[in-house]
Design a protein around this ligand. Structure first.
Ligand SMILES: Nc1nc2ncc(COP(=O)(O)O)nc2c(=O)[nH]1
Length: 292
């Protein structure tokens, strides 16, 4: 397997990462439909190889998720989720990667935190599990608060906003306040507008245009636009045919560059190099002395 090639390396945490540029979070979705054969073992092995590929391609963080968050996706039970992702998390932590765990389940987050200093990346929005704030407060883990409404089955029907930027800012503030009230320290929190979650088409672009408003809440912001449907819509050809997700990486890199120009904390992407080059160009644009 891939672990035979991994030397014993020092485990790394967020503190080892660059602070002068937007961070690159690579995506590893360990879901049975991510891999052609659907076999769990092969999914884990392939997921570890994919995670190592992204790590060696320069990803600062590897985001490991076991549950598809596509609109309408079936929710999976935490045990299935843990069986899928804990082996992958362990291998990547041992390889020296900084890992975030994409989970809505407190039990999965707790199990992952036993492996290492992982970031908890929770897409549930205001529907977070009641025990999550206490776990985050108790462990001191870094927690990504993402704006969402409803669940994978209802979120598309909940995309009604007065002013999407103001409404998302307000709902993220409610979420943030709930976690602070549970004893979570401000420096543990990262905010995320949840592009594609209870947002339709142009609302995603309005949120990107309103990035400064979200950053004015006083927390680092993660932008996760990579390969999403609203990019496909943008790139549709004259016949209305949209490029496949894997053909949206140039538009993704453009959004990464623009996000980095706004000094966002990080961008969550499926392909590393285009966005890594994009955020380095933005850093040089903002600070020519840093251009080497
Ligand atoms: N923090 C955060 N996590 C996420 N995880 C999965 C997806 C769904 O995208 P994918 O299925 O392409 O990974 N989007 C987000 C997101 O927007 N923000």
């Amino acid at each position: 397997g891939p672990l035979s090639v991994v030397r014993k390396v020092r485990r790394r945490t967020l503190r080892d990462l660059p602070t002068d540029r937007t961070l690159i979070m690579g995506v590893v979705n360990v879901t049975h439909n991510s891999f052609s054969d659907g076999g769990e073992y092969l999914a884990a092995d392939a997921a570890i190889e994919q995670g190592l590929r992204l790590h060696y391609a320069g990803a600062d963080i590897i985001d490991v998720g076991g549950e598809s968050t596509r609109p309408g996706a079936e929710s999976i039970d935490p045990v299935t989720e843990q069986n899928r992702i804990l082996p992958v998390i362990e291998a990547l932590v041992k390889a020296g990667a900084v890992v975030s765990v994409d989970t809505m389940h407190t039990v999965t987050a707790e199990a992952a935190l036993k492996i290492g200093d992982v970031i908890i990346n929770d897409v549930s929005g205001l529907n977070y599990e009641p025990e999550m704030p206490e776990l985050i407060a108790r462990t001191g883990a870094t927690y990504i608060l993402m704006h969402n409404r409803g669940d994978s089955k209802t979120m598309d029907s909940l995309a009604d906003y007065g002013d999407v930027v103001e409404d998302v800012a307000q709902e993220l503030t409610e979420l943030k306040d709930a976690f602070l009230a549970a004893g979570v320290q401000p420096e543990q929190l990262i905010l995320d507008p949840g592009l594609g979650f209870a947002k339709a088409g142009a609302q995603n672009w309005e949120l990107l245009q309103g990035l400064d408003r979200l950053q004015s809440l006083g927390f680092p912001v993660l932008v996760a636009a990579s390969r999403k449907r609203f990019l496909g819509t943008l790139l549709a050809n004259a016949a209305g045919a949209e490029p496949a997700p894997a053909d949206r990486d140039h538009a993704t890199a453009a959004v990464s560059a623009l996000s980095a120009l706004h000094r966002v904390w990080g961008v969550r992407v499926h392909e590393i190099e285009p966005s890594l080059h994009a955020v380095k160009a933005a850093r040089a644009w903002l600070d020519p002395e840093s251009a080497g």
